[in-house]
Design a protein around this ligand. Structure first.
Ligand code: ZN
Ligand code: FE
Length: 257
């Protein structure tokens, strides 16, 4: 399986999974159809699946147009998103799996950004050392999504599930927010040498207009404050010893950053 990263709108990413052996493709969160149709034409592939993480329009806005062109494509989303994802056929529940070609993805329920948000995790495939995580607006490189329909406790529980995945997991998040996220992160954990180095690397990458997605989960665990609510340094920075309260205060500070 090859993964192609497409740009959409101002800072969104759309991911196309390509199975070259069978000339078929799947897409994750097609907020816009145009770049996906162009990519599929370039690949000469047929679209067989749309994997949505949540109902926001910058993630599902291209569904309908893609279904017009690829009527056999199956639209996946969380069961709780019933009525909110255009064209949804499959209503995924915790423990469900999805398949694309020979690959099988685990569906992880990650409420917080929205109450129905799900992530898709594909364990390392034959010949690869990397798991692939498509996490929408839940986990970002250096940050996490805003809480629109969930509580801090929901989000901590969701991010705990993602944090348990192997370090060798690529994080395919849906927005290029990394630089701003890391600029915030150093304000709460300025003594973290790995974080400071990462900020430098990302500054350089963005100066050259390079994408910072996917990121690597092992590095997220060391540098992303929203996976580090149990670190004493971060708890001291926000004046709490409670993980959920630490997370909530970090999230609040980031909202105002
Ligand atoms: Zn969203
Ligand atoms: Fe989004």
């Amino acid at each position: 399986m090859e993964i192609h990263r497409l740009k959409a709108f101002h800072d969104n990413y759309i991911f196309v999974l390509h199975d070259p052996t069978h000339n078929r493709a799947a897409v994750v969160d097609p907020g816009d159809s145009a770049p996906v149709i162009q990519c599929l034409a370039d690949l000469g592939a047929t679209l067989t699946a749309i994997f949505n993480t949540h109902h926001h329009s910058d993630h599902v806005g291209g569904n309908q147009r893609l279904l017009e062109q690829f009527s056999q494509a199956v639209v996946y989303g969380g069961a709780e998103d019933r009525g909110r994802i255009p064209g949804q056929h499959i209503f995924l529940k915790p423990g469900d799996t999805v398949s694309f070609g020979d690959e099988r993805g685990e569906v992880i329920f990650v409420p917080g950004h929205t109450r129905a948000h799900i992530a898709y995790y594909f364990p390392p495939m034959a010949g690869s050392e990397w798991g692939e995580l498509f996490c929408g607006d839940t986990l970002f490189a250096g940050g996490c999504g805003r809480l629109f329909e969930g509580t801090p406790a929901d989000m901590v529980s969701s991010l705990t599930k993602l944090r348990q995945l192997p370090d060798q997991t690529r994080v395919w998040c849906a927005h290029e927010y990394t630089l701003k996220n890391l600029q915030f992160a150093v304000t709460v954990e300025g003594d973290n040498a790995v974080l400071r180095q990462r900020l430098q690397d990302v500054q350089e990458a963005r100066r050259q207009n390079q994408p910072t997605v996917p990121s690597v989960l092992g590095l997220e665990k060391l540098t992303n404050p929203f996976l580090r609510w149990d670190q004493p340094t971060l708890q001291a920075a926000v004046g709490s010893q409670n993980p959920v309260q630490t997370f909530a205060r970090l999230r609040g500070q980031k909202d105002r950053f």
